[in-house]
Write a protein that binds this ligand. Structure first.
Ligand SMILES: Cc1ncc(COP(=O)(O)O)c(C=O)c1O
Length: 438
């Protein structure tokens, strides 16, 4: 593979873009590429970089590209409404229609507010939790990511040396420049440990406004909740009038049309949807029970945003849900089946090469765990993974023509085909073979 054009543009980009990129998550170079890559486009399951290298894409822009790149059914509808204008500092019929769809589909959704990114929607939910309870503290969990703002960009992937004891982790700031004061209101806990959660809630209930979590921890190993864990958290939060917030920015419209909450049968008070909601267009939604959501009106809890519910994104959301709902969700089922075939194939290849690898998650979002480290139930388990092997494997995989996310999560789209899966398994075979010969 050649990367001359990406290299050249990266040099130019650094003169104009801070760090040559527009998000710190994009610094990564992969495979033989020593620089972050620049892309000329994508269609369906494939993306092409500036040098003409084509990849089967399982990074999918870190999740949103649920229908594949440039999906015709979405682009058509967006194109048809572009000329009506984008923003009116007022409402359109489309946002009412989309909100009614979310209310119909998502168990906790009685009312909806739209935003443009997951990060900002999380902020609205956290504020609502505080306003609803007149309490300040928010429980979050190690390894869970809720955007990059000061108050929640805490203990996402803290170094073990800073993270404190597993049973009572420290809240670790994740970036220079972060307000240390913002951490005062965060209680960081290990996920999937109901006993620990219960004891903190018993001790501090009258200070705790809300609990926020990824109901499936997609950002750290695609970890599922232990049986009874979500139910236990739900029961305790209800008993103590603590607002339970599910961050479904990744899981929403990916693991199921009604989200992880529908799939796992536990209904939070509030939830955030983004990424797959609009197939790549910037759209997020805060959804939740009427009593709490109405505080946006009755107690004037502030939530704004110039670009909220812009026509383009909302129409993309409508088209995405239509595509996912058609034939009673056949596309999601097919995507999940293809993902399962991929998982089984990857596991078989690891066995073939005598490698210890397990895979967590489901067909539409999964995460291989490299090394014989036992079950991964939380962030501390995840840290035991053989990261050097993981990075070497993915570097070779990308050079062979299959691209996954930098952290090692694989996303499927409804545009992936059986042929893609077969080719990616050939790429994985090649990657292991090369590693073996080194
Ligand atoms: C679970 C989760 N929550 C929140 C966010 C932040 O969303 P955004 O990047 O749209 O601000 C992300 C982004 O990756 C996420 O994965």
């Amino acid at each position: 593979m050649k990367f001359d054009q990406s290299k050249k543009l990266y040099t130019t980009a650094r003169n104009y873009l801070a760090g040559g990129v527009s998000s710190n998550f994009r610094y990564i170079g992969y495979g033989e590429s020593p620089v972050p890559l620049f892309y000329s486009g994508g269609k369906g399951s494939r993306i092409t970089d500036l040098d003409g290298n084509v990849y089967i894409d399982y990074a999918l822009a870190n999740g949103p590209i649920i229908l594949g790149h440039a999906p015709d059914e979405v682009l058509e509808r967006v194109k048809n409404t572009l000329s009506m204008g984008q923003l009116f500092a007022g409402q359109t019929e489309y946002e009412v229609e989309l909100a009614s769809k979310l209310v119909e589909l998502i168990p906790c959704a009685e009312l909806v507010r739209f935003a443009s990114s997951g990060t900002e929607a999380i902020q609205a939910a956290v504020r609502l939790a505080r306003a609803a309870t007149n309490r300040a503290k928010i429980i979050k969990f190690e390894g869970h990511y809720h955007g990059w703002t000061d108050n929640v960009f805490v203990s996402v992937h803290p170094p073990l040396a800073d993270a404190g004891p597993e049973s009572r982790p420290k809240s670790v700031a994740q970036t220079p420049g972060q307000s240390i004061g913002a951490l005062d209101d965060i209680i960081t806990l290990p996920w999937n440990d109901l006993e620990r959660f219960a004891s903190v809630v018993q001790e501090q209930a009258d200070e705790i406004a809300g609990v926020i979590m990824e109901p499936i921890n997609c950002n750290t190993g695609a970890i599922f909740p232990k049986p009874g864990y979500l139910e236990g958290v739900r029961k305790l939060t209800e008993e103590h009038q603590i607002v339970l917030i599910f961050d479904e920015v990744i899981s929403g419209f990916r693991v199921a049309l009604n989200g992880a909450q529908g799939m796992l049968g536990v209904t939070p008070d509030l939830a955030i949807f983004a990424k797959a909601l609009a197939a790549g267009f910037p759209l997020a939604a805060i959804v939740g029970n009427k009593e709490i959501m109405e505080l946006l009106q009755t107690r004037s809890v502030m939530h704004g945003g110039t670009y909220n519910a812009n026509v383009m994104s909302v129409v993309a959301g409508l088209a995405t849900i239509d595509a996912l709902q058609s034939n009673s969700g056949a596309a999601i089922r097919r995507m999940d089946e293809l993902g399962k075939t991929l998982i089984e194939g990857l596991l078989a290849l690891a066995r073939k090469y005598g490698q210890d690898m397990s895979i967590q998650g489901i067909g539409s979002v999964f995460h291989p765990i490299f090394g014989d480290i036992g079950p991964v139930t939380n962030y501390r388990d995840y840290l035991k993974m053989d990261n050097a092997l993981k990075n070497n494997f993915y570097a070779k995989l990308q050079s062979a023509g299959t691209r996954v996310t930098a952290r090692g999560t694989w996303f499927l789209s409804t545009a992936h085909t059986a042929d893609d899966i077969e080719k990616s398994l050939q790429h994985a075979d090649l990657a292991w073979r090369e590693l073996e010969s080194e």
